[in-house]
Structure formats: C-alpha cells, structure tokens
Design a protein around this ligand. Structure first.
Ligand SMILES: Nc1ncnc2c1ncn2[C@@H]1O[C@H](COP(=O)(O)OP(=O)(O)OP(=O)(O)O)[C@@H](O)[C@H]1O
Length: 235
C-alpha cells in the first residue's frame, strides 16, 4: 500500500491542527487533498514525509512508518513543499546536481538523470539560468524536478500551483498529469478547478478532520456540483 494513514493527529500547543485522519492511497491514484486555508493540509503532508512527528496515530509509506526510518522514507517519496523552497542563487543544473548527490547518485548517473528530468519537466530552454532568474512557473518546475529526481513512485505536492498565473497553472497541471503513469500523487489545493482537472479522487479536510473521501465523479454529481459539495462539507 503506497500510503496508509491511521487515526493520524497533530497538536500544536492546545490546538489539534489535524485529528483522527484515516485514509489509504492505492498505486497509480492521483488524489486531490482539498480544504480551505488552515484546514490542516500542510500539517498532514509534513507528517507523511517525516518532517513533523504525529502527536497520535500512524502513517506508513509502503509499510514504512513515517517516524521509523527517515532515509528509507525519503527514498520512496518525492516532496514539493509549500512555497517551493529552492535556492535562488544556484543554477538549475547545479541545484539538481546537489539533489542527485543527496540521493547518492554517482557523477555519471547524476549527469544522465539531470538531463532526463530537465527534459521531463520542460526546463530545457532555461537550464543554464540561475533559479532566481526564472519565472515563478519555471521555478515550480525546478521544484518538481527535485521531487521526481530519484524517480519515487509516490509524489506529495503541497499547493503546486500556488501563486502562479492562469497559464502557468495550466502548464503545471499538465506536467503533473504527465507524471502520473504509475505514480501515486497526493497534492493539496484549495482550488476546486485545479482538483477537478487533475484528480480521480478527493480527500476533503476541514478544521483538521476528514469530511469526505470519494471519487471525483461522486463529488461532481453532488447536487449543485463541486462548489456545493465543497461548501457543504466545509461548513
Ligand atoms: N508550526 C505551527 N505552530 C502552531 N500552529 C500551527 C503551525 N503550523 C500550522 N499551525 C496551525 O495549524 C492549522 C492548520 O495549518 P496548516 O498549515 O496545516 O493548514 P493548511 O490547510 O495547509 O492551510 P493553507 O491552505 O492556508 O496552507 C492552522 O490553524 C495553523 O495556524
């Protein structure tokens, strides 16, 4: 099972940001993790990638409990953090070489993989620039390139199109769809149109608890469609 979450919760001080989450993700699924601002999406994703320890419950990635073996976990997952924290002063290829080194690639394999991911994410024309010189959409492609560098079969993307203009959003959506093949992709968003255009399944979270886990088709056939579904579940 790529992702299994059992009674997962996180408490910050006195506040439960996430509480009693249960869900699974199957191979090849593309899941929209939807919820309003402050619903607990980033907190959940950070627990799944081992950046935050759960206060209660467990999450496992291919059977590895997220708190048990950080290195084994990171081999299984590609993660794009919210706001895409890439090094602005590094050149695109330099940054990707740094990522390849972190993953233990030999110099030869690293050079080969850099060329592959640059092609995959559509960075060929920008590959010799500094990251800080790229548009936001292209910086997002660099963030996605680092997430897929080690060819993980699980991708966790935290608001991958946030802050992009409509054209760039569309390009990143296409890119995410093109990566789908055999990967399990869990991405967070508060944009209904985005989730609708990319995913097969929705997990909807509000105030830290899961309010819906259903197919996209089911959510769209809700009376009033997806907007009504979202509004009713986040009341
Ligand atoms: N480090 C922290 N310390 C204390 N409270 C936090 C911390 N991080 C998040 N929170 C709180 O936990 C709740 C959930 O936040 P989280 O960032 O997970 O939500 P989100 O759904 O990702 O929101 P957004 O869509 O705005 O990014 C919010 O009330 C937030 O203020």
């Amino acid at each position: 099972m790529p992702i299994q979450v059992l009674n997962l919760g996180k408490k910050y001080g006195q506040q439960w940001a996430v509480e009693g989450l249960n869900f699974q993700a199957q191979p090849g699924e593309i899941i929209g993790f939807l919820g309003p601002n402050g619903a607990g999406k980033s907190t959940t994703l950070k627990m799944l990638v081992g950046l935050l320890n759960p206060s209660i419950g467990t999450a496992s990635i291919h059977g590895i409990e997220v708190q048990s073996d950080a290195i084994a976990l990171k081999k299984q997952i590609g993660y794009l953090a919210e706001n895409n924290p890439v090094y602005q002063d590094m050149y695109v290829k330099e940054f990707l070489a740094f990522i390849g080194n972190l993953h233990g690639f030999s110099a030869e394999n690293c050079a080969r993989r850099i060329a592959e991911v640059i092609e995959l994410v559509g960075l060929s024309r920008e590959q010799s620039k500094k990251i800080g010189e790229l548009s936001k959409g292209y910086q997002q492609r660099v963030g996605i390139a680092q997430a897929i560098f080690h060819n993980p079969d699980i991708l966790i993307l935290d608001e991958p199109t946030s802050g992009l203009d409509p054209n760039q959003m569309e390009e990143i959506r296409h890119l995410i769809l093109s990566l789908k093949s055999n990967k399990t992709i869990l991405f967070s968003s508060h944009l209904l149109s985005e989730v609708e255009s990319i995913c097969d399944r929705i997990l909807l979270i509000n105030k830290g608890t899961l309010r819906a886990d259903c197919s996209m088709q089911e959510a769209k056939s809700y009376p009033g469609g997806l907007p009504a579904f979202f509004q009713d579940k986040t009341k």
